[in-house]
Design a protein around this ligand. Sequence first.
Ligand code: ASP
Length: 356
Amino acid sequence: MQNKIKRRTFLRSTASAGVGALLTGKLSRQDAVAASVGKPVVIASANGLEATARAMELLQQGKDALDAVIAGVSLVEADPKDNSVGYGGLPNEEGVVELDASVMHGPTGRGGCVAALRNILHPSQVARRVMERTDHVLLVGEGALRFARAHGFKEQELLTEESRAAWLKWKENLSPQDDWLPPHDRDSKGIGKVWEAFRRHYGTINCNALDAQGNLSGCTTTSGLAFKIPGRVGDSPILGAGLYVDNDVGAAGSTGRGEANLLACSSVLVVEFMRQGKSPEEACLLACRRIVNQTKMKRLLDDDGRPNFDVRFYALNKRGEFGSASIWSGGRFAVNTGEAQSRLVDSAYLFKRAEK
Ligand code: ASP
C-alpha cells in the first residue's frame, strides 16, 4: 500500500516535470524504483557508470555503503579522462588543481570534508580520514594537505598534459571568461558570462548508496569550477549543500553551479523534503525550484527570468527509491540496482532547453 501511494506520487511529479524526460533505455524510472526496494541501490551523476558498477559489487558482498561509494568514486578520481574530478581535473586560474570532497556515513551520523586540497589523488579518502581520525568535519588548503601527508597519502602532480593545455588555452584567451566581477548591481546584465563559464567547467561526481543492511551513505568529489580563483570552494565539500545523508530518511547530492547551491543549501533541503513524504524526484525538483526563486541578480538570469546556469540533484531514500532533477532539461544520472552494468536514466527538469 505504502509503495502504491509512493508510486502514484512519483507519477504525479514526473507528469509535472515533463513526460519527455521520462523514459530511457529498457527501464522507466518507476519500474526501476519498484525493482529496487529492499535491495542495495547505488546512484550517481552521469559520469558515475563505472563508479556505480564498482560500488554495487561491494554492496553485493555486504560491504558498508560508504566503503562502496568511496571505492566507486576513487575510479573517477584516478581517471585522467574525467576533467572534472581528481587526476586530470581542470585547474584553478593559476594552473593548479584544487580538489573538494565530502563523505557522509548514515549509520554513525558522521561526515568529513576537504576543500582546496592540492596534490592528492583521492580527496574522498582524505575526507573519510577527516571523519574517522579527527574531531573536525572540514579541513581546507594547506591544513588539509598536511593532514593527508600525516596519514601517508602521497603527493603527486594532478595536472595532465590535456588539462594543462586546456588551461593554457583559457589563459591565452582569458577575459571575459574569468570569475572576477567589476562593481555591479542587481540589474546589471552581461557580466560574468555564467552560462559560458558553466559549459567550461561542468563536472563532479556525487554517489549515494543504500547497502544490504539498509544503511545510507554518500560522497561528492570534484576539481570544482575550472579556472576558478585560487581558494574558491564550491558546494561539493559542504555538508548540506553538495551532500547530505540522514540514515532515517535518505541521501542527496548535487552537481552544477556550486555558488547557487551554497546559497540554498539544497542537499539538506532534498532530504528534508523526503522526510516530509516527497518522492526523491519531487524533492529534487523542489530544491531546483528553491534555487530558481532565490536567483535575483539579472546577470544570472536569461531574458525570460530563468537562471542562466544549471544545478542537478540526485536522491535516494531509505526504501531504495531514487530520483534526480535539474533546472534545465538534458540531464541524466547513473543507477545500479544489482546489475553487472549500470544504466543512465533521464533526470526530471523544470525548464526545457532550447533545441540548437
Ligand atoms: N558543483 C561543483 C562546484 O561548484 C561543480 C560541478 O558540479 O560542476 O564546484
